[in-house]
Design a protein around this ligand. Structure first.
Ligand code: ADP
Ligand code: MG
Length: 257
């Protein structure tokens, strides 16, 4: 699904990735873990095609990534909802844009366009899946942080992506809300067979969410240190000895790194 080959990425003079290679198979759920400033958000911007590496290449589904692709959805750290629009309008936003510009950002042939009714139905479906249908006519400032994050996730999933990139999506939420949304997001992604790259700075989140965990360190990052985490997303896992062992192992890896 994703192949990063020997990439180098530098902001001004500061190299963040140097000769870095990493692969993600289709349908895998990866957590990317590391301290603040290690390059987690930069990795997502690279995968989203919003910044380009100075050397090396990135391929997604066998195609060279040279601009943002329509099948990739990105959920940003601060939700990125339009404050003046209702949750319904926020969720429908991407579909509306596609209706005018086509799925590839270019003018779409007539048969690729969704009509207003298709957009309304798909939007309603995802509002319901994220359990915010009853709040559809509220604006983001009128609902809780968890509900805003649900709207941001609905907006990403309504576009039927094959790759979902999330930047610390649950960081601002209280623990029970965060745990609910982690589990719901994983269930929806697994149902749709999505490939997921989720950035987090918390060990516990990485250990619950990631089937595989990529550990980044103080930049520049050269080698992708990764860890298998096969029992994720099972509700009982969070209470299991295996989960605590994994969190402890990650703590050791981060502190020893
Ligand atoms: P993380 O998401 O892991 O906290 P980032 O990927 O945002 O880290 O940033 C990695 C490093 O690059 C940090 O030291 C940050 O200050 C620096 N950085 C991020 N964005 C820019 C930018 N636009 N220009 C210059 N430096 C940047
Ligand atoms: Mg970041």
């Amino acid at each position: 699904m994703i192949r990063m080959e020997d990439i180098t990425f530098t902001y001004a003079r500061r190299p963040i990735f140097e000769g870095f290679s990493w692969q993600v198979a289709r349908g895998e759920v990866w957590a990317v873990l590391g301290p603040s400033g290690c390059g987690k958000s930069t990795l997502l911007l690279l995968l989203a095609g919003l910044v380009a590496p100075q050397t090396g290449k990135i391929e997604i589904q066998g195609e060279m990534l040279d601009r943002p692709r329509p099948q990739t959805s990105l959920v940003l750290q601060e939700y990125g909802l339009l404050p003046w629009a209702t949750l319904r309008e926020n969720v429908a936003l991407g579909l509306r844009i596609r209706r005018f510009y086509g799925p590839d950002g270019r003018h779409a042939p007539q048969d690729l366009r969704l009509d207003a009714n298709d957009i309304a139905m798909r939007t309603e479906n995802w509002l319901r899946r994220l359990d915010i249908y009853g709040l559809a006519d509220y604006r983001p400032s009128q609902v809780s942080g968890g509900q805003r994050q649900r709207a941001a996730i609905a907006r990403a999933l309504v576009l039927q992506p094959d790759l979902l990139l999330m930047d610390e999506p649950f960081a601002a939420l209280d623990a029970p809300t965060r745990e609910d949304l982690q589990a719901l997001t994983l269930a929806l992604c697994s149902e749709a067979g999505l490939t997921v790259v989720l950035v987090t700075h918390t060990l516990e989140e990485a250990a619950f969410v990631g089937q595989r965990i990529l550990i980044l360190d103080a930049p520049p990052n050269h080698v992708p240190h990764s860890l298998a985490n096969p029992h994720t997303a099972d509700a009982a896992y969070r209470r299991s000895a295996a989960y605590y062992a994994q969190v402890t192992k990650l703590r050791g890896r981060l502190e020893g790194a």
